[in-house]
Design a protein around this ligand. Structure first.
Ligand code: HPA
Length: 288
């Protein structure tokens, strides 16, 4: 069997296993919107009524996640009548997973039929106007991870060899989410997210370099998932919770505990925003 066939087969096997857990309500197995919950943002899934909860260990080919703040569960259910799928916990490149595994959950969501993926994360603020607990809508990204999830054999069943990323974060969705935030009086920032490998936080010199390159925020995720979803024709919305000022901008050292605490504080804002945005997101199916 070629590698190409085996990735596609794994996606099919995992998707079928997930759908077989939703036979009491098959629409749950065909969600419209996927939401990846970043560090400290897991509580957003609490809004789901009568969820089907699948620990990653029960999904074929999923790996467990061990990072604090990343629970490792798929949650299928409805919010405002819309079938939604949450990933509570993601796989990071810095954990040593190959890119293929990092984007496997994203590809599953695309295969289940979502038309839009909302990717959330915790990030450090590089733009000097940003403050901890700000929300930033991602307008574009810099892939500085030194890797790409589409590296390797072409997978025509999933998408094109050279996907266009000129609207990696869908502009129509960005307009919707910005106007919703304005209507709800939720202040927001918008800007460019730089995705780095991690797991170290940056040095102050790296943060200055990133600012020169045009980054407004920095983190260790999101870029792979965004690329994989674009590859299979799914629209992406990216939202960062700015949990800290990036290295060199703050008088104290960075810590994961601080990131978790601020992010949990910001999740109420994010929850109100998403509840209002979800019913407005509609449209085209994934090509998977
Ligand atoms: N840098 C990288 N990743 C992060 C940061 C940061 O400052 N804060 C939260 N995730």
């Amino acid at each position: 069997m070629t590698q190409k066939t085996s990735i596609y087969q794994k996606i099919k096997t995992a998707s079928e296993a997930i759908q077989s857990r939703c036979t009491h309500d098959p629409e749950l197995g065909r969600p419209k919107i996927g939401i990846i919950l970043g560090s400290g943002l897991g509580a957003l899934a609490d809004q789901v009524t009568n969820p089907v909860i699948l620990p990653y260990s029960e999904i074929p080919y999923f790996h467990g996640t061990a990072v604090e703040g990343h629970a490792g569960k798929m949650i299928l259910g409805r919010i405002a009548e819309i079938p939604i799928v949450f990933l509570q916990g993601r796989f990071h490149l810095y954990e040593g997973h190959p890119m293929e595994d990092v984007v496997f959950p994203t590809r599953i969501l695309c295969s289940l039929g979502i038309h839009t993926l909302i990717v959330t994360n915790a990030a450090g603020g590089i733009n000097t106007r940003f403050r901890p607990a700000d929300i930033m809508f991602i307008e574009d990204h810099l892939n500085l991870m030194g890797d790409n999830p589409l590296k390797g054999p072409h997978l025509p069943e999933l998408g094109p060899r050279f996907p266009d990323l000129s609207e990696a974060y869908n502009k129509g969705c960005l307009e919707i989410i910005k106007s919703t935030a304005k209507n709800l009086n939720i202040p927001f920032q918008s800007g460019v997210y730089a995705g780095l490998l991690g797991p170290t936080y940056e040095t102050p010199a790296e943060v200055r370099m990133l600012r020169t390159l045009g980054a407004d925020a920095v983190g260790m995720s999101t870029v792979p998932e965004t690329i994989a979803a674009n590859h299979c024709g799914v629209k992406v919305i990216g939202i960062s919770c700015i949990t800290n000022l990036a290295a060199g901008l703050s008088p104290h050292p960075l810590s994961h505990a601080e990131v978790m605490e601020v992010s949990k504080g910001g999740s109420e804002k994010m929850q109100r925003l998403l509840m209002s945005v979800l019913p407005q997101l509609t449209s085209s199916k994934s090509s998977l």
